[in-house]
Ligand binder design. Sequence first.
Ligand code: ATP
Ligand code: MG
Length: 370
Amino acid sequence: MATKPRILTGDTPTHTGLHLGHFVGSLENRLKLQDSYDCYFLIANVHAFTTLADKPADIRANTVGIVKDWLAVGLDPDRSTFVLQSEIPAIAELTFLFAMLIPFKKVMRNPTIKTELATKFGMELGELFGSEGEGKSREGPSFGFPMYAVGQCADILAFRPELVPVGEDQEAHIEMCRDVALKFNQMYCGVNNRVPAEEHAKAGGVFPIPQAKVGRIARLVGLDGVQKMSKSLGNAIFLYDSAKDVQKKINKITTGRQSPTEPGDANNILMQYVDAFVARERAEELKRRYAAGDNIGDGHVKAELGEAINALLEPMRVRRAKLDGPEGDAIVMDVIRRGVKKGNLVAEETLRLAKEGMGLGFGSRRFTAD
Ligand code: ATP
Ligand code: MG
């Protein structure tokens, strides 16, 4: 049987569940590609400590919650492998090794790190590197915070995937991951620097150079209309929100538009959601009439939008409800156990190959399937 190309992607357990941004940015592609690829889905629970280090019990509960959401959405542990980052030691080791290959400045200038520094810690890079006097006032994020960008290269490359389905906010990370893989292959596997990225594995590189696959909606805006929808920013519609809560959240959206006959902005937050969740033809009609002020009020759009989103979420809610309680927890634990076992086989093989390439192949550590 021909082996399928691999996918690696995942989520950080910074909240009890996933939101609509995850769905359109990444989950939809995971569902679509689940049969044609050998899929590894990672819960980045160590990375959750970048913002929740003082709340380990939350991270644990969130981990269970996210796996339940995956199951509710339709990710299938019999076809795909669910892996838990903290149980894959090769990831931690590769993080350390890759950290030597990525320029410090590049990590700190990574646009995703910059944005997250601002949105999650209210800080600018300047303050982080300010003179001691300025720096004293606020401690800022841990060293592990920028380090997570390096760790994410290891999360991905540990599984030697070809494709990484992510939202747009992750593109900078994937770019860094590609750079590390290229550098590693050139430095330690003798791959000539004229060999194109897609031929690295064939040319003897340990790592295929992975490609980002951005979702249908690259960046779903949050309910604030400004930031991306995010677990950590309080601007999300969660997959398990009740139908009533979904409608309530949508009703609170403000556009500043006064009347149904006022020409509206066809790119405002409401219309972006219409684009993402209302069936294509109807969405086009709504946008056209909204922009023309053709008697389509915000209230009407909100009701139609709520209906469309709830129709999408209802089957997920039903499946999620079945996983409530200790029986559901036991299912999650079993899925994680199975995934970790399979995931470690792949990641240990990667680590072995990487260490051999780096002249670290002393062979004193052996792992087997059981
Ligand atoms: P946090 O606020 O803790 O960073 P998050 O909401 O950004 O959480 P992640 O776990 O960091 O969620 O991201 C998981 C995946 O979902 C990534 O591939 C990310 O690009 C994608 N994603 C997250 N938010 C959005 C969004 N608003 N639109 C499109 N894709 C998104
Ligand atoms: Mg994020």
